[in-house]
Ligand binder design. Structure first.
Ligand SMILES: Cc1cc2nc3c(=O)[nH]c(=O)nc-3n(C[C@H](O)[C@H](O)[C@H](O)COP(=O)(O)O)c2cc1C
Length: 166
């Protein structure tokens, strides 16, 4: 059963959650919703608001959904559901219904969809979106190493409007 939490009361470690557990960015599509695995991102404070930032390459199906929707969720599943994040990080919503393939139960917040199987859910409202730019790399080696195909991530900064935790 989810409880609504104040972001300031969270004691989870987002470094290990993102790096080891991996998260799911989920936005609505016409038929339902599509979860996509992410391991790059962060949470913090900006413009005096609690925010979550995610980075999406333009070829992701989820990229289009992020453009269409005002809200998205960032969810973390229990460690024993690594099968879900593995599938959602290797299949595209363009040709796979990942929600059905993983047997996930969709919950509909009034804003963004998320999953009953999650342990922690951040519901986010898009505040700012900007593409990373090659000329902005201070550490130039990162550009060639991460973007040989010039598919620069778009950064989405979202206000965390709701935190749900079991
Ligand atoms: C561990 C892991 C982390 C990932 N992190 C990101 C990320 O932060 N940004 C991104 O654009 N893709 C990331 N991906 C790749 C997408 O999850 C993957 O391409 C996915 O199939 C895209 O799904 P979609 O086409 O339904 O959006 C990651 C994949 C894995 C396995």
């Amino acid at each position: 059963m989810f409880q609504t939490r104040d972001p300031k009361d969270l004691s989870v470690n987002f470094f290990s959650l993102l790096s080891d557990r991996w998260g799911l960015v989920t936005a609505a599509d016409g038929k339902g919703c599509n979860p996509m695995t992410v391991s790059w991102g962060g949470v913090g404070v900006l413009w005096n608001k609690p925010v979550a930032t995610v980075y999406l390459r333009p070829q992701r199906y989820t990229y289009g959904l992020m453009e269409q929707n005002e809200f998205y969720s960032l969810s973390f599943l229990p460690a024993d559901r690594h099968d879900v994040v593995a599938l959602c990080g290797s299949k595209s919503g363009r040709d796979t219904d990942k929600t059905a393939a993983c047997g996930l139960t969709v919950c509909r917040d009034q804003s963004a969809p998320y999953f009953a199987e999650a342990e922690l859910v951040l519901i986010c409202r898009k505040l700012y979106a900007q593409d990373l730019k090659p000329e902005c790399f201070v550490e130039k080696a990162l550009d060639g190493k991460n973007y040989p195909n010039h598919d620069y991530h778009r950064m989405y900064i979202g206000e965390i409007v709701s935190v749900l935790q079991k």
